[in-house]
Each structure stands twice: as structure tokens, then as C-alpha cells.
Design a protein around this ligand. Sequence first.
Ligand code: SF4
Ligand code: SF4
Length: 276
Amino acid sequence: MITQEKYRSKVKKLLADGSVKMVIGYSPGSTADRRRPLFIRSFEEADQLVLDSNCIANLSGYLVTEGLLSDEKRVAIFLRPEGIRSLNILAAESQLNVDQIIIFGFDSIGREVNSLPGEHADEFSEFIGSIKENPPEKSREPLLYQLEQMNPQERFAFWKEEFSRCIKCYACRQSCPMCYCRRCVVDSNQPQWVNTSSHTLGNFEWNIVRAFHLAGRCVGCGNCDRSCPVNIPLRLINAKMSEEVLGSFNHFAGMSTTQEPVLASFKKEDSETFIL
Ligand code: SF4
Ligand code: SF4
């Protein structure tokens, strides 16, 4: 079991010796089972740090906040396995320099882990153990099986119903560590690539475009799903896309800081079933 004091004192030590300018972690939230991001720069702030099974949000997206790493100082961050994988992708996509990051890795049920995911994860400067993360059969969403049993018309009707509730708030995008563009293409209206209205066509366009944008990049952290105010099961689309990418290209997103993006690279052995 993780002891809060152990991590608070680790954080204080990093701040005291000047190893980092900030530590990103979790603090108590608005209810007993919620946690807030915490940006620690002082001993007082370190005393607010909590680490337990409610710390489920993937915090890695905060690392690409404009200007945060531009002074070349280091930042430490608490990350679950999915967070470490998304950090790997951010590094592979040249969004940050891993030498500036210190990782405190922990697993989803609040225990320390014994190994890190990603073959090159030990490039990171400090971590608590590592994870033997295999491609995810682990907890497949039961609804995915049900969707696969449906015929195309039934599946279309299912998603039409789900997407009809989308209000285009873009909370899914804002909470996703893989959506780091300062200006998203959907915010552009000259030309307008994706319809901004909340109607069936616009909602399909938005959600399908986003699913493809995340293909081979989504780490399954669930930030998008949890942030959707109308509870659209976005995890199903992302999980299905991840399985397809794994099956077709043997690509499990975020396994290293040098992993090539699956949709921007080519191997001779790649399946060609999609070429008509
Ligand atoms: S699409 Fe959702 S589950 Fe995938 S990385 Fe982004 S926030 Fe996480
Ligand atoms: S968070 Fe939900 S409602 Fe908001 S844009 Fe995304 S899918 Fe639509």
C-alpha cells in the first residue's frame, strides 16, 4: 500500500534540491472519490498530495502546456501505465524532451508497480518500478462483444443514438493527452472541415474523424470517456480501433519513445486488405 507521506517527502526532496521546478500529481477533489490535478511548487502544496485508487486521470497532457518545458527545467509527474505510454507517444511525436521529465509510476489500484511499460521506458530518469504491459486482452468491455454481434444497420443505429446526444463541447478532446494541437482543425471555419453543429451528420463527422485521428495513438486512459458530459461510450470506439491496429499492424501504442506512428509508416509485411 502506498503511503502518502512517502511520496510527499520524495516530492519535497526533489523540490528542495532543485531537481525539478514542479511536480504534477493529485489532490482531493470535490467528493470523496474524486481527485484534482495538483501542480506542486512548494512544501505546502506537497502536503496536499494524495495517491490512491481514485487517482485515475491521465495527467500527461499537462506536460505539453504551452511554455511549461521551454525553460529546459525538469518537471516530475505521477503517471499510471497508460500515462507513461502517452508520454512515450508525446516524446515520439517530438512534443517534449524526456530528459526533462521525472516519472513517478504507479498502477491503477494504487500499488507500486514492479516494472515499466515500454521497452525504452527506463530511459526516463526516475521511476518506481515498471509494468509488464501486454497488448490488452485484460478487461475487454462487454459491450464491445455485443456491438460485434450486431449487423451494420444495428451498429449504425446504436452509434446514431449515442452520437445524437453529443453537444460538441469538445471535452473529450480537451482531456485527451494525444490532442495537443494549439488549434484543432474542427475549430477552423475557413475552410470548415468538420461541421460544428450538433446534428447527426456533424456529430458523426466529429466523432469518426477523432477516432481515426487517435488510431494507433490512443492509450485507453479513459480521460475522454470520463469527461463526456452526456456519457457517450467513447471508450468503445477507441478500444475497437486499438484492437484493429494491433491485429492489422501489430502496433501497441506508446511502447517506446521511438515508436513510429502506425498511420505514418510503412512495412512491407503490412496487411493490404484495405487497398481496393
Ligand atoms: S482518446 Fe481517450 S482513451 Fe484514448 S488517449 Fe485520448 S483520452 Fe485517453
Ligand atoms: S465530450 Fe461528449 S458531448 Fe462533448 S464533444 Fe466529446 S463526445 Fe461530444
